[in-house]
Design a protein around this ligand. Sequence first.
Ligand code: UD1
Length: 341
Amino acid sequence: MTGAAGFIGSHTAVELMAAGHDVVGVDNFANSSPGAVERVHRLADGRFTFVELDLRDRTSLNELLRRRPVDAVVHFAARKAVGESVDIPLDYYDTNVNATLGLVSVMLERGVNRLVFSSSCSIYGEAESMPIREDAPARPTNPYARTKWMCEQILADVCQRHPDWQVTSLRYFNPAGAHPSGLLGEDPRGVPNNVLPYIAQVAVGRRAELSIFGDDYPTPDGTGIRDYIHVVDIAEGHRLALEALGEATGHRVINLGTGHGTSVRELLTAFSAACGRELPSRVVARRPGDVAELVADPSLARELLGWKATRDVADMCRDAWNFQRHNPNGYAETDRGGTEQ
Ligand code: UD1
């Protein structure tokens, strides 16, 4: 598992190990914390091996897979902030595309031909109709989304050339929430880009108020609508995708979403209910590049993987708040050696 210390990686590692899989995780901590690895170890019951490694270091990766052969790879490691990708596109192409090329080359060399790839609904850009099916045209509108689209195309080409390859790209919508144990959650560095971790930091007193990016969208309350999906549902989706790889060769693309849209105001109300006080907000200008609504049609995941999200926005807010209040500064305490449970 690449990006094993990240938000979705750490939760998926725990889910896989709970289902009896052994996981070898790698991460270079570019945007994650050793504290997350320590927590995964705590939840994993001895099945977790972790190696600090930069995927672009093909020699070390090759050596690792020689020492620790694996049946399949789950590839999360990537940068994921849309705005940042506009500022530093080369870093995004290097981390997201170049590292994927390195990973696939090493997999070819080591004879590993099964992969679950972490893709994104941002590939759809401004979709013409909602909810979005996988056959909607790809119209990525920023470098981040283009890196995900390029990686999917690279994987499709590799599958063409190597007909025994089994690859699933999971395009997920807006991951949110945290592990119900309160040990794992989302811990972005600096000011959170994404709305739910931002709200959680308002709730814990680290930020004064939520800036609502526009309330003049053509939606019922004027604020943007997204398909928020609980990170544990996403983790289960990865497990099922991994376990289903053997059912088909070639490259499959599958949405992970709930099919339900929630507005920024509705999310704020749900989080206020979870933390027991009304959280302050202020409407500001729209954020450049944002669209009014993004909601998945998740029926293909149900058909091919037997997967369906079972957790709702209230669950996401409850679990995100549970993590945030027990870890007000994220994993920082664990990095200094303490615990806070
Ligand atoms: C973006 C990307 C998605 C990526 C995800 C995680 C697009 C279209 N989507 O999702 O691919 O996987 O980030 O990095 O590129 N909002 C506020 N105030 C805030 C922050 C956000 O009002 O402080 C609003 C936004 O305008 C939007 C909603 O909250 O309507 C969700 O925003 P965000 O959490 O940043 O996710 P996306 O932009 O949907």
